[in-house]
Design a protein around this ligand. Structure first.
Ligand SMILES: [Zn+2]
Length: 242
């Protein structure tokens, strides 16, 4: 690694570091969008509500079928009762034994009808509750669906915005990187990979901006006198001395 590096090139290395830092920050921002996290939550909720709604709808339909079945049975009984009563009062049956058996039959049919009407009342109550459940879950699902749509739009816009900034920084980075000698660039990349994305740091007021350590005055004087490529004694990052 040659230590002969033009100060201007070293300053371009700081520009490159600025671009890399901006790119890293944007990528982190893109990966940790709170709106995207919320969208994942809402999508999970939406899936849950959709499955709940399916179950509630099935239950409601079952109760509705039971409702119609009971109504149908009651209607048939009504018809039967009407027929038997007609026979009773038409005067065509005069045999007292036959008449009293007919009467018993009508009473039995009416008891059966009363039983079915009690069942019908229960089913109607159950249906009221099952319909209310379907309505409530539908409302919640529609709300979650609307929120998911809105969040999808927002996340799309935010990602597009970040991607535009990333594209800009990437192209600037490529321009700056082209001005850096390949061996210096590869040293910078190597350090950057090991040091949390920071390969080059400025020395400001005697402090390395990479590790925020104040360097001894003597050391700074030595580096100034030597010039060229210098590295922080503490963090080993490329140190750019103003
Ligand atoms: Zn340092």
């Amino acid at each position: 690694m040659p230590t002969e590096v033009e100060p201007a090139v070293l300053h371009r290395l700081l520009d490159l570091q600025d671009e890399d830092t901006a790119i890293k920050r944007l990528e982190e921002q893109k990966a940790a969008l709170p709106e995207a996290a919320r969208l994942r939550e809402v999508n999970d909720l939406l899936q849950e509500l959709t499955s709940d709604l399916e179950i509630a709808t099935k239950q409601d339909e079952e109760i509705a079928r039971e409702h119609s079945r009971l109504e149908g049975e009651i209607e048939l009984l009504d018809q039967k009762i009407a027929r038997e009563e007609q026979r009773m009062f038409a005067g065509t049956v005069s045999n007292p034994k036959e008449l009293s058996s007919l009467q018993a039959e009508v009473e039995s049919l009416k008891r059966k009808k009363n039983g079915l009407e009690d069942q019908l009342l229960e089913v109607m109550e159950a249906r009221e509750s099952s319909s209310a459940t379907v309505a409530r879950i539908t409302g919640e699902r529609d709300q979650a669906s609307a929120e998911a749509q809105e969040l999808t739009r927002t996340v799309g816009e935010l990602v597009a915005e970040i991607d535009a900034q990333l594209a800009q920084h990437s192209s600037q980075r490529d321009q700056v990187a082209a001005e850096i000698p390949p061996d210096l660039l590869s040293l910078y990349e190597k350090i950057r990979a090991q040091k949390h994305g920071v390969g080059a740091a400025a020395l400001e007021q005697g402090t390395c901006q990479g590790c925020h350590t104040k360097l001894p005055q003597k050391e700074i004087e030595r580096m100034r006198a030597e010039g060229g490529l210098q590295r922080c004694d503490n963090c080993r990052r490329i140190l750019v001395i103003a």
